[in-house]
Design a protein around this ligand. Structure first.
Ligand code: CA
Length: 441
């Protein structure tokens, strides 16, 4: 699974391209790179001057960080950037996939059937994992399903080469160099050779897709053979994922969310808002959609209400464990997909409220809505086409003042209303890709 959104968040504070592994030699803030013992001849001879210059500078930083030069000489020799990584890193889908479409794809009947079968087959493995780490085995299975289709699709990229490519590119240099150094540490320690460190273009490895730093800090040996083989051993991969959730603060015995209903006239301005106990929400008329009472373990937990595809779609009370799943990938869609799969593996039925029909919004639609909200005095954050918490919050405030249901859901209807209020909103025409001509039209 793509964890770009998570990485972008992670790197939001790392805009300074100068690596912070070394003390600066010059007090001038504009010093381009710290001086370091770079080799006279570039450690790579890729034919790409930018890449080779980065490799020389990285070599010095890696030696300073304690990596042996023999290891660096061996692993950097012959390294060339991977153009597929550059291309995948810069892609920007024109249309945002609607929330319900994403969930319907992620929580498919095929995947549920495989998960239920595997859950039964692996009970002798999963029960001890659940006991030891105190996390839900079904949620661990949900992660396994979402990340690699139960270990079927782990990615075949050379992670070391991918991280070198991203680091040289510069946009995410600190992240990529951290991962590269971690990969080199794994190789240098003799734990695994480079040929084993394969994964996604973004550096996620093995059946539960750990980036190299997470591998070093969190992977465990689940089957007791002395190796943390997250590629070849499902026991190791699943125990490692469980360890990650435990370290992330999983609350033992609590669930991750409940589908809920709200009464007529409910104030949707409370979505993505306060966190309070299920009983507090019940005081506002919020009920479990299946009609069952709250479970005892959940009663003291602070829950947040969401309506991710608006007032006409399913609503959920998110318990703290939802936010623990997001340590894996900080997207509501991802965590909801994992949790709903887990519920189905455990025998729950489908959602009671169906996902509504949603129109995919183009980048121009999203930017138009953000610019209109800003022009009207609401603050959606940067007009970047990313509909995040700030945009939804501004939308709720605008909806409230217009007497609309304040669910913060940017539908095509809301885009139309905003555009009508601010006809000048929207990106300049040349910034919007031309539609593909229709062969019949
Ligand atoms: Ca093992």
């Amino acid at each position: 699974m793509d964890r770009r959104s998570f990485l972008v968040l992670l790197l939001a504070g790392c805009a300074d391209p100068a690596p912070n592994l070394l003390p600066a030699v010059s007090p001038l803030p504009a010093a381009p790179t710290p001086q370091s013992p770079a080799p006279v001849v570039a450690p790579t001879q890729s034919g790409d001057p930018g890449f080779d210059a980065w490799a020389s500078a990285f070599y010095g930083r890696a030696v300073q960080a304690g990596l042996p030069s023999a290891l660096l000489d061996r692993e950097l020799a012959g390294l060339v950037p991977d153009p597929r990584v550059t291309s995948l890193d810069s892609r920007q889908p024109e249309f945002a996939k609607p929330f319900g479409d994403y969930i319907k794809g992620a929580v498919s009947e095929d995947r549920i059937a495989i998960g239920q079968r595997k859950r039964a087959e692996l009970s002798a493995l999963m029960t001890p994992i659940e006991d030891r780490y105190g996390v839900s085995a079904d949620v661990v299975m949900g992660i396994w399903a979402m990340e690699t289709g139960f270990g079927a699709v782990m990615g075949s990229f050379d992670v070391l080469r991918c991280m070198a490519t991203l680091a040289a590119e510069g946009r995410r240099q600190q992240f990529a160099e951290d991962q590269l150094m971690a990969a080199l540490k794994i190789i240098g320690s003799g734990e695994f050779p480079r040929s084993q460190l394969f994964g996604s273009w973004a550096g996620a490895m093995g059946q539960t897709q750990f980036i190299p730093t997470t591998f070093l800090s969190t992977a465990v040996d689940g089957d007791g053979d002395g190796k943390r083989d997250i590629w070849g051993s499902s026991a190791d991969a699943l125990a490692s994922a469980a360890n990650l959730l435990a370290k992330g603060g999983w609350a033992r015995g609590q669930t991750w969310a409940h589908e809920v209903t709200v009464p007529d006239g409910f104030d949707y301005g409370l979505t993505e808002g306060p966190r309070d106990t299920p009983d507090w929400w019940a005081g506002l008329g919020v009920r479990r959609a299946d009609g069952l009472p709250w479970i005892t373990a959940d009663q003291g937990a602070k829950a947040m209400l969401i309506a991710p595809s608006g007032a006409s779609g399913p609503k959920f009370l998110l318990l703290p464990n939802h936010f623990v799943i997001r340590k894996y990938n900080n997207a509501t869609t991802y965590a909801l997909g994992v949790g709903l799969l887990a519920d189905r593996f455990a025998g729950a039925g489908p959602l009671i409220q169906a996902w509504p029909y949603e129109t995919a919004l183009s980048l121009a639609d999203r930017i138009t809505a953000q610019q209109a909200l800003a022009a009207l005095g609401f603050d959606p954050g940067a007009a970047d086409g990313v509909v995040g918490v700030n945009t939804r919050s501004a939308l709720r405030a605008w909806q409230k003042t217009r007497g609309l249901t304040a669910d913060g859901y940017l539908s095509i209807q809301m885009v139309g209303l905003l555009k009508a209020e601010v006809p000048s909103a929207g990106p300049p025409p040349q910034a919007v890709p031309a539609p593909t001509p229709s062969p019949v039209g």
